[in-house]
Design a protein around this ligand. Structure first.
Ligand SMILES: Nc1ncnc2c1ncn2[C@@H]1O[C@H](COP(=O)(O)OP(=O)(O)OP(=O)(O)O)[C@@H](O)[C@H]1O
Length: 305
């Protein structure tokens, strides 16, 4: 991999587990010098995708490459791609510094890399403390330090903010932004839209293993914010739901018995009801709340599996 070509290209990536399409013909690109948020609800296929990127799960089809090269074909992958898949674990009686030095030795890196990585994540003061005394936030930092040992151009993190307190989340956000500002490619998964709004330059949104949206965060969220939703009430819920679904709208039943429709405007919902001979008791278009659109775009797809 040469400098400047650290893009991650995911092309028609697919993973089937028996009948379940955990990842289904997924294609997207992750650019260098930017933080890309990989967003989707629980079970959307984020972890499976990241594990395929890292050669830990064999795809049923498609490819994922770093600068054109598959992970397993990279020469000294630790120098190209750093990954934090779950909160780090280390021998509980070992110090953070020794944990990192062991990884250095195994990977043929100088011990100095351990000190540098600890400094980068602000763990130098705890370098000689035992892992068993580390808080969750410190364990997360140590995991990131381990990923940084080979000074990789690409960083991949799976839900790194999970379990962190607000200060820890802010710290993580600043670190990832700084790493991207150094020109690195940073891909970070999350199921929380709000978290990505504050962190990501680009977003890739998936649901039920399939791509929902990708692009610069402002553009994607802007298009979502511009979406309207329609509140509708009918005594013929099933007939209307079927007619709207046939027009690719997403229909969510509300606790008060009304239906919330996304993907069609009020006129189109009214027209669909009319042509399907469905009686309406209420029909109102409203501007959608961003979080609600995200939930609907993604939850609507989850039912397909
Ligand atoms: N080894 C496996 N065998 C069978 N099914 C699996 C396996 N790994 C994952 N799955 C299924 O694939 C789907 C996608 O899971 P995955 O963990 O990739 O989603 P996710 O988006 O990372 O979700 P979460 O945020 O909950 O981790 C889920 O339905 C999961 O149960």
């Amino acid at each position: 991999m040469t400098a400047g070509s650290e893009e991650i290209v995911v092309s028609h990536l697919t993973k089937h587990y028996k009948q379940l399409r955990a990842v289904d013909d997924l294609s997207f690109t992750v650019h260098s010098g930017r933080v890309t948020g990989f967003l989707g609800p629980n079970g959307a296929g984020k972890t499976t995708t990241l594990r395929m990127l890292l050669g830990l799960v064999t795809p049923s089809g498609g490819t994922a490459t770093f600068g054109g090269v598959r992970y397993n074909d990279l020469d000294q992958p630790i120098r190209h791609v750093g990954a934090v898949l779950e909160a780090s674990s280390a021998h509980k009686g070992r110090t953070g510094l020794n944990h990192l030095r062991m990884i250095c030795t195994a990977a043929g890196l100088p011990w100095q890399a351990a000190d540098e990585a600890l400094a980068k994540v602000g763990l130098t003061p705890a370098a000689k403390r035992k892992f068993k005394g580390y808080s969750l936030g410190m364990k997360q930092r140590l995991g990131i330090a381990a990923a940084l040992l080979g000074n990789p151009r690409v960083l991949i993190l799976d839900e790194p903010a999970n379990g962190l307190d607000p200060e820890g989340i802010r710290w993580m956000r600043d670190l990832l932004k700084a790493l991207a500002a150094e020109g690195r490619t940073v891909l970070v998964s999350s199921h929380l839209l709000g978290e990505m709004q504050q962190l990501a330059d680009d977003v890739v949104i998936i649901a039920a293993g399939r791509l929902v949206r990708q692009g610069p965060v402002g553009e994607v969220l802007g298009s979502m914010a511009g979406m309207t939703q329609v509140r509708v009430r009918t005594p013929q819920v099933e007939a209307l739901t079927a007619a709207l679904s046939a027009r690719n709208a997403t229909v969510t039943p509300l606790p008060d018995g009304a239906l919330l429709v996304t993907g069609l405007d009020a006129a189109a919902v009214g027209h669909t009801a009319f042509t399907s001979s469905v009686e309406l008791h209420e029909l109102a278009g409203e501007r959608a709340d961003l979080e609600q659109v995200f939930l609907q775009l993604t939850a609507g797809k989850a039912g397909i599996r």
